[in-house]
Design a protein around this ligand. Structure first.
Ligand code: ATP
Length: 269
């Protein structure tokens, strides 16, 4: 069966350190999948491998059945995988509109050989995609504002808007709820659900267990670069391997308790 994304035995070594070791997994079209694990487990490195920000040491990643391992990050983005970053990659002294249009440009592409007519059409398309993404994320009234003037919560939506402007099939979110208060986190969960209901496939890393367990239909768990569990939240939250992996980690809260407490909404205990 061809999944939307197939991660096949991927590894990434840094000298003697195995950041990701022989990780395999898949994502079906339309799924909402969470990736959790203690600090340093390899989650961001796995995202970097999927999106070609880091080269694989071995293994293969396939998107819609085609290998994307040797592609450049912008090619992977153009194929339909957009991502946000743990440390927001926003241009502070550039307007909200221009920050998002970078994403739209990534989707539309351009060539110096385009005719004037084609360039005008491309520019109109980029503007349209940018405004659509700003409207989706509630940022349209801030289009002319410098990104630096946005609150932290709005900057997180700006990062998502830039990803949405790429018109992705798969949206990868790296710690989207980090730094948000409870109300903002609940709003974000609602927003991700809406994107999902519209057919977007979601893969996210998040340390907020309540967020992951209530939002995701399936959770993959990493520890020391390896996948140690993969299943529905209700099963994962009771898996002794998962609870063990968090013991002794430097996650601020008592992670096993947080995992256990985070029963998914609407699932039988
Ligand atoms: P966190 O939850 O803290 O963000 P993580 O699960 O995302 O952690 P990674 O950031 O993927 O973990 O890091 C996995 C391991 O790989 C860590 O030991 C990290 O120090 C190491 N690592 C990541 N990138 C590099 C790099 N460019 N060079 C050397 N080591 C790296």
């Amino acid at each position: 069966m061809t999944h939307l994304l197939d991660i096949d035995n991927v590894s990434r070594h840094y000298g003697g350190l195995t950041a990701v070791g022989e990780f395999s997994g898949h994502i079906a079209k339309g799924e909402r999948v969470g990736l959790i694990g203690p600090n340093g487990a390899g989650k961001t490195t796995l995202f970097d491998l999927i999106t070609s920000y880091t080269r694989l040491s071995s293994g293969d990643v396939r998107f819609e059945g085609r290998s994307i391992s040797a592609r450049k990050p912008h090619e992977v983005a153009r194929m339909g995988i957009a991502r946000t970053f743990q440390n927001l990659r926003i241009l502070p002294n550039v307007t909200v509109f221009d920050n998002v249009s970078i994403g739209a440009l990534g989707h539309v592409g351009h060539s110096p050989w385009n005719s004037l007519f084609a360039r005008r059409a491309i520019s109109e398309r980029i503007s349209r995609l940018t405004m659509q993404a700003l409207e989706r994320t509630g940022l349209e009234s801030l289009a002319g504002e410098l990104a630096a003037n946005l609150s932290y919560g709005k900057r997180k939506y700006l990062e998502i808007a830039r990803a949405l402007a790429l018109q992705p099939t798969l949206l990868i979110l790296d710690e989207p709820a980090a730094g948000l208060n409870d109300t903002e986190t609940a709003e974000l969960a609602g927003f991700v659900r809406t994107l999902s209901a519209e057919g977007m496939t979601i893969l996210l890393v998040e340390h907020d267990m309540g967020f992951v367990m209530s939002l995701c239909e399936r959770v993959m768990v990493m520890a020391s670069g390896q996948k140690i569990a993969d299943g529905p939240p209700g099963v994962i939250s009771k898996d002794p391997k998962v609870l063990d992996a968090y013991l002794g980690s430097d996650v601020e809260e008592d992670a096993p308790a947080a995992v256990k407490a985070a029963e998914p909404i609407g699932e039988p205990a």
